[in-house]
Design a protein around this ligand. Sequence first.
Ligand SMILES: NC(=O)c1ccc[n+]([C@@H]2O[C@H](COP(=O)([O-])OP(=O)(O)OC[C@H]3O[C@@H](n4cnc5c(N)ncnc54)[C@H](OP(=O)(O)O)[C@@H]3O)[C@@H](O)[C@H]2O)c1
Length: 248
Amino acid sequence: MEINLKGKRALITGGSRGIGRAIAETLSAAGCEVAINYLRNKAAAEKTSQGLKKPALLLKANVGKDEEVEQMFETIKKEWGGLEIVVNNAASGVMKPPLELTHHHWQWTLDINSWALLAIAQKAVPLMKKGGTMIAISSLGATRAIPNYTLVGASKAALESVVRHLAQALASQNINVNAISAGVVDTDALKHFSNRDALLKNAKQKTPAGRVVDPQDVANVALFLCSDLARMIHGATITVDGGYSIVA
Ligand SMILES: NC(=O)c1ccc[n+]([C@@H]2O[C@H](COP(=O)([O-])OP(=O)(O)OC[C@H]3O[C@@H](n4cnc5c(N)ncnc54)[C@H](OP(=O)(O)O)[C@@H]3O)[C@@H](O)[C@H]2O)c1
């Protein structure tokens, strides 16, 4: 069955690179209009936009800063007047062991990775007049202990909880809110891991499906969640990891 998103408009935070980029390309290929949010790398956002069926609305904003989120939604309101899909994908974070972290590190990471979903939902819901879909991209670190992943793990646990609470609050408005929790995906984000090569090798070895996840695997599930096929899925965290997390 082909999924057709013609007439829908999607905001993808961090949509210029990695997983966000694959989601932008996939939703665009399904006929959706796409807005790409990014933080610093305008050239990457422009390059992604050029590869889409229709050029994207490019929105530079740090999603951890309320005033920048507000400005981003002013532009969406002016350009589109409404919105049907939000993919909360942008993430950042300080990678350090627990005893080296500061309150500032906590605030930076949690503002971008967890609070942003609430800030964005508060601005997006009034624009989602006929209902819609919200998706947050999480990681297996939400429920595990991974060296140096302390804060990102905590932020993803909070993110998954916010997803459940938003899902409960918004289901009656015909808005589905869900998370996709991805296993290891080889994107630029892995450059922040000093043990990147070992991480990828280990993930590949331990994954029953025999390979690591690629951005398209995550984008395919995002496309499904945006479709009518997923209308009764609310508040779920769907794991996309090739079976990595079920192995002892
Ligand atoms: N890679 C993995 O193994 C993996 C696994 C599980 C889950 N995830 C999750 O998947 C999502 C995407 O990760 P990725 O690996 O695709 O990352 P990536 O390749 O590093 O791309 C990050 C994207 O987010 C944007 N961004 C970063 N901080 C931002 C901020 N404060 N405000 C707005 N945009 C911001 C970047 O924009 P600029 O280019 O302008 O900086 C870029 O578009 C994240 O939520 C991540 O936690 C990743």
